[in-house]
Design a protein around this ligand. Structure first.
Ligand SMILES: *Cc1c(COP(=O)(O)O)cnc(C)c1O
Length: 419
């Protein structure tokens, strides 16, 4: 790996090459987040630490748009949040319905199966989302305990509307779990207004941080389920309230939301050693988002997403999927016939330092995924990426419209009031 020398770096110190990360995540962290993460550690029960945890909970209530007391961080990447939610809600034999419209839906299925749950799926071709009627019919016909759904699936770029699903879950007394990793902060997400019982996320998409911390919010109906599964080690029995032990013990210690809620809550019962540096980073991500305003940030993602969409079309490229349901922050671009998809990505990286994404499953080798999220949902990042893509495609002999990408994106910006 080549990189320019940095006179300030100690010999052998990590020194990654400069990159503009325009894939489906991770993206470049906001410099403010990196600075926050270089702050010194404090002890686990230092008032400065517990104060920082309380602030972080309050900030993430704003991010998730919820009044849920239990809004906290699970230490680990986004899938630690997913696993914590599912392993804490699901007992062996419980029924889970998963509408699958991309790769991350299959991940929910796999995790729920590992919890011993009985899983049924609804399937949609990649590039589409579900109609609420179809989900409701399945809920009524099978009566699951949990409906587990991905909000935005970066594998297909589709965003599933959730408000109706929340309503359906209330009506039929089903818990709604949502993986909002790829959408939170860049697309509207309303935990309380939509009736989402548990939502989990990560930092490395629209929140503009590194992966390694999973913000999670747990609503009262879900808290009741988790509380019913408390089983406490004999050694600390006197410290906690165990009169509700009834359900099957949660199969994970590290991801046991009952213990994690006690650890973040007023009792501060010891669980793991908080990943302090990630806490600082997650806190700063939320501060940045709330300073901008959630609605403003969502609108910014919409504007730059629209510009990128217009730009790739302006180059003469086609996009994949039902664009009416596209997430704001990522677009899937069809690789033109005869163009070597991997060679284009490699040239973007080596010649321009820009990373764009490959794809999985049925889309493997068929599309590139280009992200505009978090700190990188910016005009200069969009225009630079389009200009570089044009040059690389030309170099591969592809038939692209000269200046068409940057031109169309500029036109899209000109039509936006907020850009
Ligand atoms: C990116 C993404 C994840 C990532 O999970 P990690 O454990 O952080 O790698 C999870 N869910 C969805 C929907 C995503 O888009």
């Amino acid at each position: 790996m080549t990189s320019s020398p940095d006179p300030a770096a100690a010999p052998g110190q990590v020194h990654p090459p400069p990159r503009l990360l325009m894939g489906p995540g991770p993206i470049n962290a906001d410099p403010r987040v990196l600075r926050a993460m270089s702050a010194q550690l404090v002890g686990q029960y230092d008032p400065a630490m517990t104060g920082c945890m309380n602030e972080t909970m309050a900030l993430y209530r704003g991010v998730f748009r919820t009044a849920n007391e239990h809004t906290l961080l699970v230490d680990g990447t986004s899938r630690a949040g997913i696993e914590a939610a599912l392993v804490s809600l699901l007992e062996p034999g419980d029924r889970v319905l998963v509408p699958v419209f991309g790769r991350f839906g299959h991940l929910l299925v796999e995790i729920a199966e590992r919890c011993g749950a009985e899983v049924r799926t609804l399937l949609r071709p990649w590039g589409e989302v579900f109609e609420p009627e179809e989900v409701e019919a399945a809920v009524v016909g099978w009566r699951p305990k949990v409906l587990a759904v991905v909000h935005g699936d970066t594998s297909t770029t589709m965003r599933q509307p959730l408000a109706d699903l929340g309503e359906i879950c209330r009506r039929h007394d089903v818990l709604l779990y949502c993986d909002a990793t790829a959408t939170l902060g860049g697309n509207a997400f309303e935990t309380d207004a939509w009736g989402v019982d548990v939502a989990t996320a990560g930092l490395q998409k629209c929140l503009g941080g590194p992966s390694g911390s999973a913000p999670v919010t747990i609503g009262p109906r879900a808290v009741a389920v988790v509380d019913g599964r408390r089983h406490v080690e004999a050694g600390i029995r006197e410290e906690v309230d165990v009169d509700r032990e009834s359900g099957v013990r949660i199969a994970s210690n590290y991801l046991d939301l009952a213990q994690i809620m006690d650890y973040w809550g007023p009792r501060r019962l010891n669980h793991h050693t908080e990943a302090t540096t990630m806490l600082y980073g997650a806190r700063e991500c939320a501060r940045i988002l709330l300073e901008e305003g959630v609605d403003t940030a969502v609108e910014r993602h919409r504007v730059h997403g629209e510009a990128m969409l217009a730009g790739v079309r302006g180059l003469g490229l086609e996009v994949f999927g039902d664009v009416a349901h596209k997430m704001h922050n990522v677009v899937a671009v069809r690789i033109p016939d005869g163009v070597p998809g991997d060679a284009v990505r490699a040239a973007m990286l080596t010649d321009f330092g820009i990373e764009i994404g490959t794809s999985f499953g049925p889309l493997h080798g068929r599309v590139w995924r280009i992200g505009t999220m978090g700190h990188n949902a910016r005009r200069d990042a969009v225009l630079t990426t389009l200009a570089a893509l044009e040059q690389v495609l030309r170099g591969c002999g592809a038939d692209v419209t000269a200046g068409g990408g940057v031109g169309a994106a500029r036109e899209a910006y000109a039509q936006q009031v907020t850009a």
